[in-house]
Design a protein around this ligand. Structure first.
Ligand SMILES: Cc1cc2nc3c(=O)[nH]c(=O)nc-3n(C[C@H](O)[C@H](O)[C@H](O)COP(=O)(O)O)c2cc1C
Length: 226
């Protein structure tokens, strides 16, 4: 499979990418998959200008000549796209959002209404064959609603994505927290193996991956200095 990993953390030592890396280790244990990791922060991707010039051309490219067209080419030809990023203000970091906005050349102006009532633009090609996995880490402990906006955006922007939202991810880069972080990394590695065989994750696996490493009370106490 051709796998495109869009790493949206601006940091060299991304908490979230530690999870993604563990997942990829399990996923590509056989070494048969071609994995391309793009550190989006290193790319030159301007914000969308909203000109809709891409819809006049219908070639799946953007009129802005920067790194995005190369990414669109990779996007179209991938079998699996993994979006790996930290939660920023209940959404994705702005440089990654710029990339997402600029996938608009991959759809047409024409709209269609689905059986469930939702409306979307027709795709330029059958992108439903591309599998999407979202791995998002965040700095808050688990609380109802923290990931709601992100999950809704991902469901509407991608075709049937698997979404894994992990609280307390700053602990992944704290050596003293290895006792709880390492088992989570092991779970991600195992989930990668599961994904390689089924190309999806069961709700039970997602629940395991999203389970907080420590209680909200302990996490808040540690963040606040004990
Ligand atoms: C600008 C900014 C906004 C953030 N917004 C949120 C947020 O809305 N909710 C949350 O739980 N954490 C938020 N965080 C914390 C990050 O998601 C957290 O530190 C994460 O572990 C960073 O992951 P990374 O190392 O992969 O970049 C924010 C951090 C920054 C810098």
């Amino acid at each position: 499979m051709k796998v495109l990993v869009l790493n949206g953390s601006p940091k060299k030592q991304s908490d979230t990418f530690r999870l993604t890396d563990a997942f990829l280790r399990g996923f590509n244990r056989s070494g048969e998959h071609e994995v391309t990791v793009i550190n989006v922060i290193e790319k030159n991707i301007a914000p969308c200008r909203g000109c809709f010039g891409c819809w006049q051309q219908m070639e799946g490219h953007c009129l802005i000549e920067d790194d995005q067209n190369e990414i669109l080419d990779l996007y179209r030809t991938s079998d699996l796209i993994i979006w790996s990023f930290p939660l920023y203000c209940y959404s994705m970091p702005s440089h990654l959002k710029a990339l997402l906005d600029r996938t608009i050349p991959l759809v047409k102006m024409r709209m269609e209404q689905l059986d469930d009532g939702t409306v979307r633009h027709e795709a330029l090609a059958d992108f439903s064959k591309i599998h999407t996995l979202v791995i998002c880490g965040c700095g808050f402990p688990n609380w109802e609603g923290n990931f709601d906006a992100l999950k809704l955006m991902c469901k509407n922007c991608f075709c049937g994505p698997d979404i894994v939202c992990v609280p307390e991810t700053p602990m992944l880069n704290v050596p003293a927290a290895a006792i709880v972080a390492d088992p989570l990394l092991a779970k991600f590695e195992k989930a990668g193996e599961e994904y390689a065989s089924k190309l999806t994750l069961t709700p039970e696996t997602v629940a395991e991956l999203e389970r907080p490493m420590i209680s909200a009370e302990d996490y808040i106490r540690n963040v606040n200095g004990g």
